[in-house]
Write a protein that binds this ligand. Structure first.
Ligand code: TYM
Length: 334
């Protein structure tokens, strides 16, 4: 493997992937596989930090692999596997639990959001979730991590953990400090129902998100129903920043049409939102529905998807075991 740049990223198998996963992460995954060595992981151990129906989880792991491949990941170029099949993730996570600090975890905003008001009832797994994420990355000594903006704080924690490990065990540069690769334009796709919340699988209303498996009719309905604004589209960003739902629609339009936000604002200013929505729905249909169809097709051959995972697991495990030998040695485990 190329030692210079190694990419690692993961996605939870918790149901349908959506436009946020696509623009924030998957599109970048695909671009990167042509530039360097890449490892992409279906993070099933992260998923079970909140209860998952076991049969649903199995189904969702395969559906996530299908989504990876349908968006353009090539299993001959990138390593694609599921986290629990390489036991090194859990082993390193334990070691890193002993390096990471409680004070650091207490600052994680995602835990606060996910645990809600009754933190005492959240699983311990949910609390130490970021340490497992650090283990995912450091197990392969990955140098770059493509993620959406919501994962930035977790990436910073991974860097802190890497740095502390290198210092505690007196092994400067042993773990590289992983750099986040966050898309410049749409790093956070927002909910179609509330422009202050990120688009997410866990939001109750399906109208809040565009799923990769949505059909043309669903996309039209969802975009039509998306919150916007009662006035016409303004001609400058300052005004738009006060209207998060409108800004979100324009941002998505800008990203999918491959035009800068400035250009899109010029094109749309003075027009009704219904005009923007019609054009946006057309673009989304042509970008998303072919992916959905490909996912369906791939799901028709489960053994092919299992084969992709098996091959990926073998390759990932090989790298993981090599690195773990050195990690155990550094820590003094015999
Ligand atoms: P997850 O499964 O929540 O999301 C997968 C990826 O999609 C991005 N994303 C978004 N980007 C833009 N706008 C949105 N609305 C949006 N929603 C999701 C996420 O930023 C992420 O890149 N903890 C991670 C998974 C993980 C991981 C890792 C990532 C586990 N280990 C190691 C990188 C490296 C997560 O829950 O992602």
């Amino acid at each position: 493997m190329n030692k210079k740049k190694l990419v690692f990223s993961g996605i939870q198998p918790t149901g349908n992937l959506h436009l946020g996963n696509y623009l924030g992460a998957l599109k970048n995954f695909v671009t990167l596989q042509d530039e360097t060595d890449c490892i992409y992981c279906v993070v099933d151990l992260h998923a079970i930090t909140t209860f998952q129906n076991p049969n649903e989880l199995k189904k969702n792991v395969l559906e996530t692999v299908a989504s990876f491949v349908a968006t353009g990941l090539n299993p001959d170029k990138s390593i694609i596997f599921n986290q629990s099949s390489v036991t090194g993730h859990s082993e390193l996570a334990w070691i890193l639990n002993c390096v990471s600090r409680i004070g650091w975890l207490n600052r994680m905003t995602q835990f606060k959001d996910k645990a809600g008001s009754d933190k005492e009832k959240a699983s311990v797994g949910l609390y130490i979730y970021p340490n497992l994420m650090a283990a995912d990355i450091l197990l392969y000594k990955a140098t770059h991590v493509p993620v959406g903006a919501d994962q930035k704080q977790h990436l910073e924690l991974s860097r802190d953990i890497a740095q502390k490990f290198n210092k505690d065990f007196n092994c400067k540069d042993f773990f590289p400090l992983p750099e986040p690769l966050i898309p410049k334009n749409v790093s956070r796709v927002m909910s179609l129902r509330d422009g202050t919340k990120k688009m997410s699988k866990s939001e109750e209303s399906d109208y809040s998100r565009i799923n990769l498996r949505d059909e043309a009719d669903d996309i039209i309905k969802k975009v039509k129903k998306a919150k916007s604004d009662s006035e016409q589209i303004p001609d400058n960003l300052k005004v738009l920043e006060q209207k998060p739902e409108a800004l979100n629609l324009l941002n998505i339009y800008s990203e999918i049409s491959k035009n800068s936000l400035d250009k899109v604002i010029k094109e749309m200013s003075g027009k009704e939102y219904s005009h923007l929505k019609t054009k946006l729905a057309e673009l989304l249909i042509s970008e998303i529905t072919p992916i959905g169809k490909e996912i369906e097709k791939l799901l028709g051959d489960k053994s092919h998807l299992q084969q992709i995972l098996k091959k990926g697991t073998e390759k990932a495990n090989f790298i993981a075991e090599e690195n773990l030998k050195n990690i155990r040695e550094k820590v003094g485990l015999i």
